[in-house]
Ligand binder design. Structure first.
Ligand code: GTP
Ligand code: MG
Ligand code: ZN
Length: 302
């Protein structure tokens, strides 16, 4: 029997079987040492073969199908082992908030670069539009065209009030999607709003800093009635880029990628070289300064 991993808390792995039931499984011993680079040999979204012996209430995972893609994060910037957040994704959504908590442009761009680096299409969901004052709404409306022009879809949503939720539900139909973002951005609340029969735990914000309290502690895949699967993930503070070659970074900015063949130098870093098409793109407006500054910052850290 083949199923999909929907939750993994260490020793137990929950697998959704083809009939929709969930089976708690263990890994057959040989996998534990198979992949020492990752802390988790099995990831949410993995397609696995499961064996269930007569009389056993749990199953044994005997085989993991090759992943079409996956998204990884490191425990810390310096750590050698990494954690596979999820595998076999059709799309990744970043839940962005202008306030409570604030999502910075740098964080948005690192998420988009990470998704591009793993070849996963990405979009932005601006949540909590019900609480923004005119200034914050204006900042959001200033930001959205910059991302749309770079090739990313943006959605305006209130998980609490319901604005834009029907649209998101349609986007998720028959797809496997991931929700990421800061703690408190409303990833779990949006899943609840998409389908009231789903009950991920949602948290409150800290009184002092208006930040989330890390309510979701393990990633979990939820299923909508339209056969959309969503991976709810724990909130993260920053996206550490993993195993990225500096020369790959410009390709992870779609609006820059199309200009790269026109740079005078093949190995142009788009920082100081003459005849740089990306820098000309800044003059014409094809590349925004906001995104270019993120590029420089990412280049600097990697
Ligand atoms: N006003 C308003 N509050 C919202 C909205 N979406 C979520 N919230 C609130 O924000 C708080 C955090 O929501 P969660 O869904 O737990 O946030 P999360 O992103 O899952 O956070 P972690 O699990 O900690 O990563 C809760 O108090 C929600 O009620 C929204 O659209 N508008
Ligand atoms: Mg959550
Ligand atoms: Zn260049």
């Amino acid at each position: 029997m083949e199923g999909i991993v929907v939750k993994s808390t260490g020793s137990w792995i929950r697998v959704r079987m083809p009939d929709g039931t969930k089976l708690e499984c263990k890994l057959k011993g040989q996998f534990r040492v198979m992949d020492i680079k990752h802390t988790n040999p099995v990831a949410i979204g993995d397609h696995v073969e499961v064996e269930q012996l007569a009389g056993d209430s749990h199953g044994m995972i005997t085989h993991i199908r090759e992943r079409e893609n996956y998204i990884i994060r490191k425990a810390t910037k310096l750590s050698k082992v990494s954690h596979i957040i999820a595998a076999n994704l059709d799309h990744a959504y970043l839940i962005v908030t202008m306030a409570k908590p604030r999502t910075s442009n740098g964080f948005i761009d690192r998420f988009l670069v990470t998704a591009a680096g793993y070849h996963i299409p990405a979009s932005l969901i601006f949540n909590k539009i019900d609480i923004y004052n005119p200034d914050l709404l204006q900042s959001m409306e200033d930001l959205i065209p910059i991302y749309e022009k770079a090739g990313y879809s943006c959605y305006r949503v209130s998980a609490l009030r319901g604005d834009g939720v029907d649209r998101i539900r349609e986007l998720l139909r028959d797809k496997v999607s991931l929700f990421s973002g800061h703690s408190g951005a409303g990833k779990s609340a949006l899943i609840k709003a998409l389908d009231s029969s789903l009950t991920p735990r949602t948290g409150t914000l800290s009184q002092t800093h208006q930040k989330g309290m890390h309510t979701t502690t393990f990633a979990e895949m939820y299923e909508l009635s339209n056969r959309g699967f969503i991976v709810d993930t724990p909130g993260i503070k920053e996206f550490g880029l993993i195993d990225f070659d500096k020369t790959e970074i410009p390709r992870c900015f779609p609006e820059m990628e199309s200009l790269l063949p026109y740079c005078q130098y093949k190995n142009c870093s788009h920082t100081h070289e003459p005849g740089c098409a990306v820098k000309s793109g800044l003059e014409t407006g094809a590349v925004s300064w906001l995104r270019y500054n993120s590029y420089l910052s990412i280049l600097n850290d990697s």
